[in-house]
Design a protein around this ligand. Structure first.
Ligand code: GAL
Length: 676
């Protein structure tokens, strides 16, 4: 993997990056020296600077104040702290939206988003784009060669959806590029239905009011367009900073399970995928969904290390109840990110704010100062981040992949009109991922455009919307010897959200070896009994399919109800591979048993079989070493882990061989020579 910019960045920070968002513009200069002293004490080697500082950098149109930033950049550099310099374009200043209210996004209900939050811009607004380009250029002119600069952080958490005039105009341009002429648009959007035929491009608008029962192909394309419009903003700023200097990595920070931007399309445009993640400390299972996110972020750029750009040192402030991260949990969550491929541990934010909406959001340096529990934990973790330097740049190998696709997410959740309208794609994906996590399988997350050749098993949760190329990729994977595990309501519609012809499941009928006559969503409270051919019995609910086997065989059949005797789980030998299709929502234990059984049959490597689920085990490696991460999520019991060969625990420096004991909420990172 050649990523010279990221390699240079790793060398620059000396391994893992450690630090957080730093907002000196909110503080008197007198505080800055103390900040930098304490940053050094905490092991900080990188700060994200200026994220929302537009109003401080350009207080009036065309009037710039860079003095404070010059001083801060110099001070950081003198103290050996590198800068991830942000373009401040997520927070347009009041003068801009006051002069040009059309910059403010109009929401789906027709209301204009007022000034006073952030992300208050329509990504399609030419005025916004012009001003964003201008401040970006000014920053790049001034700081591209500042010795503190180590990375560019473009804007922040790209996200707004806007229904402004400019969005409609942008949408029309986007549609013309995609479909060429109106005839094609009318065809792919099925506009003869309800007489929605367009005879002039000007009639095509962003789909604002009414919000329900809209044309599903139009909504789908508007989701795609919005993601692309935001991406254009990123690319425009990226290209400006790149035109000044080519060797500095450029990233933006993505969000956890964010539905409105297709990160598969974004990731190739940046040097590293970067994630902001705020698991709720009150949720005892939050680390499982974090694990999936971390695997996704490692996978977005084909397995390259990614960046944990923001997390909370303790509590957040966005929920009704914001509980603290109990002692040890922040460390464990941070090591978990590193164990799954992160080359950084960063926080929002360095110093807790006194005012503003996030005044109670925790920080590396809390209101209670350096004597606080949080600061002690932050400083201790900073030391450990230093000890983990050898891990930076290493990668992970997986033989199982889970398909995760934004178009399908939109198809399942953005629209009314499906056989049932309470699909949660994320919940479904997590139902498939959880058993893999509990059994310690290394998992990559893939799109239908990913290279599937490294995998033995491909897990396909509810792939309702799949385009022809995607369907062909999944089919080819099985044909050439892979095992596909697929769940119900897959392969139903094409890329334009039109039901595929010749019966369900259009794209996958041959693959699963069965035809579905009708989808039978369950009535509230309805449960079914399912008998497996191997003698097991399980319950199922939520969904059934009136399925007719063609080449497939029944792994399980319904034991009751009107579909009694019909297949509930189908197996089909296909080409050199195999497909298992779940036509109902099985109780989790039964689903897990079948899924894990298929992984074993497919010969997927598992070095941690038999270890307790709460001991998270992962491996990163390079040509010479492997790094075994053992993370104990249980707050009470230690776990003894057999470790082959001679290793060293990087966190303690002690030999680790024979057996390693991981204390409650504790961790070990064992380095040893790579097995042949
Ligand atoms: C992120 C954002 C930060 C901060 C943080 C904590 O989404 O990028 O600026 O607001 O959340 O809530």
């Amino acid at each position: 993997m050649t990523d010279p910019r990221m390699r240079a960045f790793r060398d620059r920070v000396g391994g893992l990056a450690y630090g957080g968002d730093y907002n000196p513009e909110q503080w008197d200069p007198g505080v800055w020296r103390e900040d930098v002293r304490l940053m050094r004490e905490a092991g900080v080697n990188l700060v994200s600077l200026g994220v929302f500082a537009w109003a401080s950098l350009e207080p009036e149109p065309g009037e710039y104040e860079f003095g404070w930033l010059d001083e801060v950049m110099d001070l950081l550099h003198e103290n050996g702290i590198a800068v991830n310099l942000a373009t401040p374009t997520a927070a347009p200043p009041a003068w801009l939206t006051h002069r040009h209210p059309e910059v403010l996004p109009v929401m789906a209900d027709g209301e204009r988003f007022g000034f006073g939050n952030r992300l208050h811009y329509d990504p399609s607004s030419p005025i916004y784009r012009e001003h964003a380009a201008n401040i970006t250029r000014r920053l790049a002119e001034r700081y591209s060669f500042h010795p503190a600069l180590a990375m560019w952080h473009i804007s922040n958490e790209y996200g707004p959806t806007a229904y402004n005039e400019a969005a409609s105009a942008g949408f029309r341009r986007w549609l013309r590029r995609r479909y060429g002429d109106l005839e094609t648009l009318n065809e792919v959007w099925t506009t003869r239905f309800w007489g929605q035929v367009y005879t002039d491009w000007d009639q095509v608008e962003a789909p604002a009011v009414p919000r329900t029962w809209m044309n599903p192909s139009r909504i789908l394309d508007f989701k795609r367009f919005t993601s692309d419009a935001l991406l254009e903003c990123f690319v425009a700023e990226r290209d400006i900073v790149r035109s000044f200097r080519d060797d500095i990595p450029i990233v933006t920070n993505f969000m956890r399970f964010y539905r409105h931007a297709d990160y598969w399309r974004w990731a190739p445009e940046e040097d590293a995928a970067a994630l902001d993640i705020y698991p709720d400390p009150a949720d005892p299972d939050a680390h499982v969904s974090s694990a999936f996110q971390f695997d996704l972020f490692r996978s977005l750029k084909g397995g390259r290390p990614w960046l944990l750009m923001e997390q909370a040192a303790s509590a957040v402030s966005q929920w009704r109840l914001n509980v603290v991260k109990e002692p040890g949990r922040m460390r464990l969550g941070s090591l978990q990110a590193v164990s799954r491929g992160a080359d950084s541990v960063m926080f929002f934010q360095w110093r807790a704010g006194r005012g503003g909406h996030e005044r109670f959001h925790s920080a590396m340096l809390p209101h209670s100062g350096p004597g606080s529990r949080t600061f002690r934990e932050v400083a201790a973790l900073g030391r450990e981040a230093g000890l983990l330097a050898p891990v930076a740049g290493t990668t992970t190998r997986a033989e199982v992949a889970v398909l995760f696709d934004w178009n399908n997410w939109w198809g399942l959740e953005e629209l009314w009109g499906l056989p049932r309208n309470d699909f949660s794609y994320v919940d479904t994906v997590m139902r498939h991922y959880r058993p893999l996590w509990e059994h310690h399988y290394a998992v990559d997350v893939v799109s239908t455009r990913s290279d599937l050749s490294p995998y033995k098993v491909l897990v396909v949760p509810n792939a309702y919307l799949v385009d022809d190329e995607g369907a062909a990729a999944v089919t080819e994977f099985a044909r050439s010897g892979g095992t596909v595990v697929m769940s119900f309501f897959s392969g139903v519609v094409d890329a334009c959200n039109r039901v595929r012809p010749d019966g369900y499941p259009g794209a996958f009928r041959r693959l699963i070896g069965a035809k579905i006559d009708e989808y039978w969503p369950a009535r509230p409270g309805e449960r079914f009994t399912v008998d497996f051919a191997d003698g097991h019995t399980a319950t199922a609910d939520w969904w059934r399919e009136d399925i007719h086997l063609e080449t497939g065989t029944a792994l399980a059949t319904y034991a009751d109800g009107l579909l009694k005797g019909r297949a509930a789980v189908v197996a089909n030998e296909f080409g050199a591979g195999r497909v298992v299709y779940f036509a109902t929502l099985l109780e989790q234990d039964a689903f897990d048993r079948v899924l894990i059984g298929e992984l074993r049959t497919a010969g997927v490597e598992n070095r941690f079989d038999g270890l307790p689920a709460h001991l998270e085990c992962t491996v990163r490696e390079d040509e010479r070493h492997e790094y075994l991460f053992l993370l104990n999520h249980d707050a009470e019991a230690s776990v003894a882990v057999p470790v082959e060969g001679d290793g060293t625990d990087l966190l303690t420096g002690l030999p680790a061989s024979g057996e390693v004991t991981v204390p409650p909420l504790g961790a070990a990172v064992v380095r040893r020579a790579r097995r042949a």
